[in-house]
Design a protein around this ligand. Sequence first.
Ligand SMILES: [Zn+2]
Length: 162
Amino acid sequence: MKERCPICGAESDLQFLSYDIPHFGDAVLFVATCPSCGNRSTDVRLLSEITDKQRRYELVVSSVQDLNVKVIRSSYGRIEIPELGVYVEPNEGESFISTVEGVLKRVERVLKILSREEVGDKRKRAEQILMFIEKIKAGKARMTLILDDPTGNSAIIRDCHF
Ligand SMILES: [Zn+2]
């Protein structure tokens, strides 16, 4: 399958990666990498017919084990971590099949850029949040991960390995 690059219009190949999630169903990750400008776009669809598609998931992350909980985010999913002041709107950022730890890594990547490039209060705020994330990763602080997807293609799944 081919797809047009949203940045430069060149044709890129669309790849599918399929994941079989125990007790949940199948998830497919679509990845298109543009051969011309290198732009990478991703999306996720849940193919589960058994599971009722749920719109909103909320997970309290309070221990090191919680970092391994699986997180699937489609392009329609809105991510919210109120304790960190993090809000990722639909179509912002990447779609992914990952874990809570993977979500935190993505947030850290953005904050590290901010802490380098910003000055004053914005830099200080970014540094504070980075320190708070370190505490969460050590199981010494808690946060809430909220995922809201009206299409039901995003999910937070406990107790599964894939
Ligand atoms: Zn391109």
